[in-house]
Ligand binder design. Structure first.
Ligand SMILES: Nc1nc2c(c(=O)[nH]1)N[C@H]1C(S)=C(S)[C@@H](COP(=O)(O)O)O[C@H]1N2
Ligand SMILES: [Mo]
Length: 443
């Protein structure tokens, strides 16, 4: 790995000096003044990234008449109709349904509720919140039953947290890069601000047995999805979530109540939560033993793989977002870690030969999306963009080669929507062609 040092740091336009190979610029070039200078210095000598205002503003029809009536619950502009989730099973055939987040069409750390990814193994149940109950029982002094009403009388907490399916990004286990966009590759992760009651408060009230090591969480949907959760996690930062980005949970995300386990595998975060049983051993339920116990090349399986490990990917540019012409671009993307905070993201434009430090957008929250940004002057020749993240426990995102060396890869090219394996957190590479087209590549 080679890191270019900024040359002539006393020079006037020093922020425009490349800091790594193939046109990566100092992250200070992103500060307003820097980019203006950069614009002045770009090909053609234009003063900014946009053209000069040659014509006076013209009044369009919308400026000449009253606008539309307000709607009680507003929807995005009709011009944003393409910004939707991709559905794996739009007719709701009797199998799992997936709805994937369009990361390349969003820009922020919080996923809008309508675009939060969903995995429902048998559709979203139509739960009447007035009839729903949550029970805590098993190794407790006093089994308790909560209604939505009683839950809402406890002290609440609010935090941001990403939720990621263990199967997210699993197409990167494919022998050859699967040609699709970031939504199909990485759309099974989203981040929201969740509000609810700390699970530890409810467990204390029930008088849980201090010898209990596990808790079984069960949902009220038809497959009664159930997973074993270590008591340690339950007593740490687990939340009984009632609100998502300020409003009640969406039906696809567990309405009216879900278990939130920040940083843990999505499947454990049981939606439509109806039962928590305190026990002293894991239940070895269907999902924890069948789907979410990845088999290794040596034939053995991970018994449990709870943590969603440190990861990042570039969303802009990414497949489907063409680079129109050589010049200045901001490379940006998402980084997160189930362990804690993101401390550093490095970006490469030459397939990993040289790297430069990206700017991290504050606030950088634990177990939540962090945006990173990098200034780049594309010279019009082929390039390979990559990002790599570090967290505050010192974990570093592995390369793809490192992941497949321990975890294996498919023998043939995987199909879009397939799940060759689980828990891919390696690097993603975008190949930029001379034409500006962006493709998924391995580097
Ligand atoms: N009751 C119930 N809980 C569930 C599921 C489900 O189908 N039913 N899907 C699980 C899976 S596989 C994942 S990845 C996460 C996804 O959470 P989300 O749909 O809110 O994004 O919920 C989990 N919890
Ligand atoms: Mo999942």
């Amino acid at each position: 790995m080679r890191i270019f040092k900024r040359r002539n740091s006393g020079e006037k336009h020093s922020t425009l000096q490349p800091v790594a190979g193939n046109g990566l610029l100092d992250r200070r070039a992103l500060l307003g003044r820097g980019i203006a200078f950069a614009g002045a210095m770009s090909a053609g000598g234009a003063a900014s990234l946009t053209g000069a205002a040659a014509e006076p503003l013209k009044d369009e029809q919308w400026s000449l008449e009253p606008g539309e009536v307000l709607s009680p619950y507003q929807q995005p502009s009709k011009f944003e109709k393409k910004v939707t989730r991709i559905l794996s099973n739009p007719r709701g055939e009797p199998r799992t349904q997936h709805a994937r987040t369009p990361h390349h069409m969003l820009n922020g750390t919080i996923t809008p509720n309508g675009l939060h990814f969903t995995i429902s193994h048998q559709g979203n149940p139509d739960i009447d919140p007035d009839k729903h109950k949550l029970i805590i029982h098993g190794m407790v002094k006093q089994p308790l039953a909560f209604t939505l009403d009683s839950l809402s009388r406890y002290p609440m907490v609010t935090r941001a947290a990403f939720v990621e399916c263990g199967g997210n990004s699993s197409l990167l286990f494919s022998k050859e890069p699967v040609q699709t966009d970031v939504q199909n590759l990485h759309g099974l992760v989203s981040c929201a601000e969740w509000t609810g009651v700390k699970l530890s408060v409810l467990l204390e009230e029930a008088g849980f047995d201090k010898n209990a090591k596990w808790m079984i969480a069960e949902g009220a949907d038809a497959p009664a999805v159930s997973r074993s959760v270590p008591m340690k996690k339950a007593l740490d930062d687990a939340m009984i979530a009632l609100y998502q980005n300020g409003e009640r949970l969406m039906p696809g995300n567990g309405y009216p109540v879900r278990l939130l386990l920040p940083g843990y595998e999505g499947n454990m975060q049981v939606k439509y939560l109806r039962r928590l049983k305190v026990v002293n051993q894991p239940s070895m339920s269907y999902y924890e033993t069948r789907t979410y116990s990845p088999v290794l090349p040596n034939g053995k399986a991970y018994r449990f793989f709870f943590l969603q490990e440190v990861k990042s990917f570039i969303t802009h540019p990414s497949p489907g977002l063409m680079l129109k012409e050589p010049g200045l671009y901001e490379i940006s993307g998402i980084a997160y870690s189930g362990t804690g905070r993101i401390t550093k993201v490095m970006v490469s434009a030459d397939g990993g030969k040289s790297w430069a430090k990206a700017a991290l957008q504050a606030p950088v929250l634990s177990k939540a999306f962090t945006l990173f940004r990098m200034a780049w002057r594309w010279n019009g020749s082929p390039a390979v963009l990559q990002s790599r993240a570090w967290d505050d426990a010192g974990n570093v995102q592995p390369t793809r080669a490192e992941v497949v060396a321990t975890r294996g890869e498919t023998k043939t090219v995987a199909r879009v929507g397939g799940f060759p394996s689980q828990h891919y957190n390696g690097i993603t590479s975008w190949g930029i062609a001379g034409s500006g087209e962006v493709k998924h590549v391995y580097a």
